[in-house]
Design a binder for this molecule. Structure first.
Ligand SMILES: C[S@@+](CC[C@H](N)C(=O)[O-])C[C@H]1O[C@@H](n2cnc3c(N)ncnc32)[C@H](O)[C@@H]1O
Length: 400
């Protein structure tokens, strides 16, 4: 989801949810209140975000509301342009191990559909296109989208868990940013973890000095490696769940390339003294704002990715980092502009209009003020030393 495309809003300026959405949110708030009570009055922010997004039936990603596109809360690259999926198809084809593809967190299924169509055109179809998706509602949505290509549908298989000994290409667009984060505050040399309490009918933050070894060790490491210690108060996030997920994924791969696309920075930019309020962001009806304690269950909550942490997790899990680039450079390396050109015929007015529309989409995917620079692409490999395209002209692994 492109926070850069959403209008920023103060919590007070947000649109009002309708009665159905309010009732939905209230049901989730009640469940969270019980969760907080049974935990003795407070839960970690990570646990709050987990329930707000993924509590069965009620969490934002687990219920039937519209999330993607004009009627939803945000828009992602595959929803902006079919050229995005076409580019990823080029990437998959370039690897030579694309006979199986696994997409994790497939949203509406548009990217899967676009990749399969593009690979079909080039006679490079995978035998199986696996989808691993947590949300039953989104799985159903993906099935509907993919039923529009009935001749390819039998190649798609939905999984309930990571497959064993997977050999092929794994792709995940904006998966990691939806994983719940730990929030910490560094204040007067002390390290606090953010908690959530329920007080007088509203959620509030509370900070407790942490004794968690993993959090303490990471913040100490960040103090050494970055400029977070230069300000007296520093609030930010750490995505331990994404790191653990990546390590667990690595354990399920025999020979594979993993492509992760998300908004984020290398560590020195992520934990910069000037970014002292962190990167957490919420999206409600295309308004971006920083308050995750309101609109519980009916708004998206997301945080940027520390790509250095993902690279470290990959190395620990015996994977190699094979490429790291901005989305713009990655897509241009894969021939995005040629694709635009080859889609253009300009013979009729409709063709010209289509061409202008595609040009606008390319700008959105690649311009620095749009998704081009904030979004990064990281390619990892496990037991795979072969080719892959996308990082030829520009690779910023040295910044990790
Ligand atoms: C922000 S959406 C991105 C969807 C899609 N990739 C796109 O670009 O439009 C995040 C997706 O990841 C899914 N998801 C989140 N955590 C997951 C996990 N641990 N395993 C599988 N899917 C997950 C969500 O249900 C949702 O489909």
């Amino acid at each position: 989801m492109s926070s850069s495309h959403a209008n920023s809003a103060k919590s007070g300026d947000l649109p009002l949810p309708n009665d159905e959405a309010k009732a939905h949110s209230l049901r989730l708030v009640k469940q969270l209140q019980d969760q907080i009570d049974s935990a003795g009055g407070q839960i970690s922010f990570e646990a709050y975000m987990q329930s707000a997004l993924f509590m069965p039936e009620l969490g934002y990603y687990r219920c039937g509301t519209e999330k993607f596109g004009a009627l939803g809360d945000f828009i992602t690259a595959p929803e902006i342009s079919a050229l995005f999926a076409q580019s990823l198809a080029q990437f998959i084809k370039s690897t030579g191990i694309g006979s199986a593809v696994l997409e994790v967190g497939a949203g509406t299924g548009l990217m899967a559909k676009g990749i399969l169509q593009a690979l079909d055109k080039q006679s490079a179809l995978p035998d199986t296109y696996y989808i691993l998706e947590l949300s039953a509602e989104l799985r159903e949505r993906q099935r509907q989208t993919l039923s529009l290509i009935p001749n390819l549908l039998d190649r798609v298989k939905w999984l309930d868990r990571l497959p064993d000994d997977f050999c092929g290409v794994v792709v995940a667009n904006e998966l990691l940013d939806a994983m719940p984060v730990t929030r910490f505050r560094l204040s007067d040399e002390k390290i606090f973890e953010q908690q959530v309490i329920f007080n007088n009918g509203v959620f509030e933050y509370r900070y407790i000095e942490t004794a968690k070894a993993r959090l303490l060790a990471r913040v100490e490491e960040l103090k050494q490696q970055t400029s977070i210690g230069e300000v007296s108060e520093y609030l930010s996030e750490i995505n331990f769940i994404a790191e653990d997920w990546l390590k667990s994924l690595a354990g399920h791969l025999s020979s594979a390339v993993v492509l992760l696309i998300d908004y984020g920075y290398p560590r020195s930019a992520y934990y910069h003294a000037q970014r002292n309020m962190g990167t957490l962001m919420c999206h409600f009806q295309h308004r971006a704002h920083p308050d995750p304690l309101i609109l519980t269950g009916i708004q998206d909550i997301t945080a940027f990715i520390d790509f250095t942490a993902m690279a470290d997790a990959a190395l620990e899990a015996d994977m190699e980092v094979r490429g790291f680039a901005t989305q713009a450079h990655f897509l241009l390396n894969l021939g995005l502009l040629d694709m635009l050109d080859s889609n253009k015929t300009e013979t009729t007015q409709e063709d010209l209009i289509e061409f202008l529309k595609s040009s606008g989409e390319v700008k959105r995917l690649t311009l620095p003020g749009e998704m081009g620079e904030t979004f990064k692409v990281m390619a990892l490999a496990k037991n795979y030393a072969g080719e892959m395209s996308g990082f030829e002209q520009y690779d910023i692994r040295h910044l990790l």
